[in-house]
Ligand binder design. Structure first.
Ligand code: IDP
Ligand code: MG
Length: 149
């Protein structure tokens, strides 16, 4: 089973779309195994987006992601990274495939509602940035037996 990190960005929380966004991912079989609401500070934002440090949009990106509360989640499932990226759609909502979160609900490149890890390796690093190991809760065997009868 693979894990990925999802962030519902400040526009998603502000527009009351957090439940819808998480629901779309859950319905694809991705299980929430960790969840928290927080407001990122600049240090955390700069660390999370370190690969974009030299990009012209870096400052705007950090300003936006720190502008209000976000929801961070760890999702678990088969090919979780790729599944979540598929459901998110392309970075630019105008170019994202219809039916994806960003195409259906996103406004523009900056206000595109959701972050998702882009590789299992980056997912591991990003998960560790937002969650302590003990905050990631698996499902017990008993619960799995109960769910599957
Ligand atoms: P991703 O979120 O689809 O993985 P990245 O290339 O990792 O896209 O970029 C991180 C975030 O930076 C994007 O989600 C988007 O909000 C923002 N971003 C990316 N490219 C641009 C741009 O050209 N102009 C403004 N913002 C951008
Ligand atoms: Mg990215």
């Amino acid at each position: 089973m693979e894990k990925t990190l999802i962030l519902v960005k400040p526009d998603g929380v502000q527009r009351c779309l957090a439940g819808e966004i998480l629901a779309r991912l859950e319905k694809r079989g991705l299980k929430i195994v960790a969840l928290k609401m927080l407001r990122m500070d600049r240090a955390l934002a700069e660390r999370h987006y370190a690969v974009h440090r030299e990009k012209p949009f870096f400052n705007d990106l950090v300003n936006f992601i720190t502008s209000g509360p976000i929801i961070a989640a760890v999702l678990e499932g088969e090919k979780a990274v790729e599944s979540a990226r598929q459901s998110m759609g392309a970075t630019d909502p105008k170019k994202a495939a219809p039916g994806t979160i960003r195409a259906d609900l996103g406004i523009n490149m900056e206000h595109n509602l959701i972050h998702g890890s882009d590789s299992p390796e980056n997912a591991a690093t990003e998960i560790a940035t937002f969650f302590e190991p003990e905050e990631i809760l698996g499902y017990t065997r008993d619960i799995d037996r109960w769910l599957t009868g």
